[in-house]
Design a binder for this molecule. Structure first.
Ligand SMILES: *Cc1c(COP(=O)(O)O)cnc(C)c1O
Length: 405
């Protein structure tokens, strides 16, 4: 069977062949443990890890020593928030975040709430932008950390990182950002943006799955961050465990490519996205979510009034692979729960359940876009015809209320 065209780059990306080629020597030939200090196998592995560390650090304006390798952004988010909260004075018991964050932030916050922390949410507007004026007012001596994502994984909205960083810096609170979707696509400078901690991963930027990093400003190592995985003291004692050398090498290669090709690539991708959007908004009752200016170049989150997104996905599944939102909450979607992000930006449950996320990337072609336009248009038409014949769009299960984040 011919596979459908992949337009779900926010869920994950294929590994770039150049990344695969860079990784291969480190599986069998150069298989050493980067922590082995006593022979050449270890030295070679350690050198490869440190090359990747330097590439990644330089890509964000940080120092190599500030990169802590992890298994991905979920782990990085856990290490950042739990690591801070377990090490702060008792009086600092508040985390400020937003309702549009990824579940790997919101669920960590819920876990910390059960341990006595207060979670406060900065308001977001209709396009997913956090209210920085309100953020400034909310920060108090009780605040341990502000955690706000760099780019939203559903609607693509880019956060004003520099403004948020300046506010946090002035108030003397830590600023963490989940940059899983933004890294490699927009310019991020941890110094200029006053970012203290930043979660990164490889598999959203054409690197391998299961590898990521937490940038931790070196001045706050150890003193302010409690490790979550204890063991052999790897990664400056912040994350124990034998390093995933091939994965880290691949991550480094993916970053090198992203830095070199970012500008040209994002221009090409945004042209494709704009073309797709232009064609799809011509459909009756179509509406676009998110920010039309400050948005990830490959992101299009679009709804079709009166059409169930789940039915739409079934209709097109052999032709294009898209989603209703985060891969991490597709079980929720299957259960008829509306996206917490779309609800947070003010969509009704019904409207949220009619939205799909199309995400475009490195291997998307103009032909793919044409196919997507054609498929979505005819699927919407088919579903509307069925509905006018009395076939229900919204099966009863879709009327369940979304769980509060
Ligand atoms: C994908 C994603 C994550 C989770 O990253 P993993 O590396 O898969 O654990 C976290 N946050 C955002 C915004 C994401 O898009």
């Amino acid at each position: 069977m011919k596979k459908p065209i992949y337009l779900d780059y926010h869920a994950t990306t294929p590994c770039d062949q150049r990344v695969v080629d860079a990784m291969i020597p480190y599986f069998a030939g150069e298989f050493g443990n980067a922590a082995s200090r006593q022979h050449v196998y270890g030295w070679t592995a350690e050198a490869a890890v440190n090359r990747a560390r330097t590439i990644i650090a330089h890509a964000i304006g940080g120092e190599p020593a500030s990169i802590v390798f992890t298994s991905g952004a979920t782990e990085s988010n856990n290490l950042a928030l739990k690591g801070i909260c377990e090490n702060v004075r008792e009086s600092r018991n508040e985390i400020i975040t937003s309702r549009t964050e990824h579940s790997s932030i919101l669920d960590v916050c819920s876990a910390l709430e059960k341990k006595g922390f207060t979670i406060s949410f900065v308001p977001v507007d209709k396009i997913g932008l956090v209210d920085v004026v309100e953020l400034e007012k909310m920060i108090s001596p009780k605040t341990a950390v502000v955690s706000l994502m760099a780019a939203n994984n559903e609607i693509g909205t880019l956060a004003p990182l520099e403004e948020i960083g300046a506010i946090c810096c002035k108030a003397g609170v830590l600023f963490h950002t989940d940059a899983s979707q933004a890294f490699g696509k927009i310019l991020i400078d941890v110094k200029e943006m006053n970012i203290d901690l930043m979660s990164l991963n490889a598999h959203k930027m054409y690197g391998p799955k299961g590898v990521g990093a937490l940038f931790v400003r070196t001045s706050m190592h150890k003193s302010k961050l409690r490790p979550q995985i204890h063991g052999g003291g790897h990664e400056s004692g912040l994350r124990a465990g034998t390093l995933n050398v091939p994965g880290i090498v691949g991550f480094g290669k993916a970053v090198e490519i992203a830095v070199a090709e970012r500008d040209v690539e994002s221009r090409r991708i945004s042209i494709l996205r704009d073309r797709l959007q232009q064609k799809l908004v011509e459909i009756d009752g179509a509406f676009v979510n998110g920010n039309s200016v400050h948005r990830l170049s490959g992101n299009l989150n679009i709804g079709f009034e009166g059409v169930s997104a789940l039915s739409l996905l079934v209709e097109i599944k052999n032709d294009i692979a898209i989603s209703t939102g985060s891969a991490c909450s597709s079980a929720d979607a299957a259960a008829g729960l509306a996206s917490h992000v779309l609800r947070a930006v003010g969509l009704s449950k019904q409207a949220a359940l009619s939205c799909v996320r199309v995400s475009i990337g490195r291997y998307t072609t103009e032909d793919d876009i044409q196919t997507a336009v054609h498929c979505l248009r005819s699927a919407v038409e088919t579903l509307r015809q069925q509905s006018s014949q009395g076939i229900s769009f919204f099966p009863p299960s879709t009327t369940k209320e979304s769980q509060p984040a």
